[in-house]
Design a protein around this ligand. Sequence first.
Ligand code: SAM
Length: 296
Amino acid sequence: MADEGPYRELLPSNVSTEFDRLDQQTRALTSMMGGHNFVTDISSLAARGDDTSPFQAIEVGAGTGLRTAVLARQIAPSDANAKIYGVDLSPIPALHEQPPTVSFVQGNIMDLATGPSARFPPATFDFLTSRMLGVAITDWPAYLRTSFDLLKPGGRIELQEACFGWYDASSAELSQDWRWMHVMRKAGPKLGLDFWGPRKFPAQLRECGFVDVEVRTFKWLISPEDDEEIARYTANVLHPTFVGLLGRVVETSGLGLGELEGLGGVEGVKGDYLETVGRAPKETYCDFWVVMARKP
Ligand SMILES: C[S@@+](CC[C@H](N)C(=O)[O-])C[C@H]1O[C@@H](n2cnc3c(N)ncnc32)[C@H](O)[C@@H]1O
């Protein structure tokens, strides 16, 4: 069995409040990406399918299945034989109407993709995507190698992840001296998490053998002064969730008081987070990375 990592301890799973938050986040991210869920041209990719080898796609860490449904709707019009899978550690709730091409599978992708009884053998998929697995994946190179193996030759991957680092409108970094960020720098490695992981994706993808690596970044606005949907979601919904996440990261990482930047314990770290993001000026953003590549 593959290690499930610290995910279940850090974020609530399989509860309606978290499902609601994930759906609100999906809507806000879609708005941030100009009304799109994917940068990859899904419709052209779907043309790869034929009668002998139907188009197959997988969303890893599908959460509520909302984005899986969108993916399936983009593909199904051109290929009714397509097969779209949503995989998650937790059962995927029946919250969204799914096209008949969709199947959900509960499990850890690393178990489902490896070993003699693997549910998904190598070279199964034309498209593999995942989003916001940053507090779940403890070994990105292994995850990317597994993704490479799961794809057919010519198949494509699209990773979507937020990257730590907050910038003002002139792209000057504001978060350099935020003390809670220094705490995260120490806590992340203790849990096997890399909050700056997306910066390494291009090199890691090439190391696996991927080609045509492409990066697009979107500005994830966080200031309460901004009137974009993503900023409203962040201020009203994400900050309260994130502050709880930070507390659990600190607690589960086992950092001592001496490593908490003089913030006086978990409550001090949470307070510092709320204070810094609360005074973030208009147009403060972090980068949301969309990294795409092709298996030759
Ligand atoms: C933060 S949620 C994001 C959900 C969805 N991707 C979204 O953007 O709305 C991360 C999801 O990934 C799932 N997950 C984490 N590690 C996984 C793994 N190794 N295999 C399958 N699912 C995983 C979690 O159970 C959780 O539902």
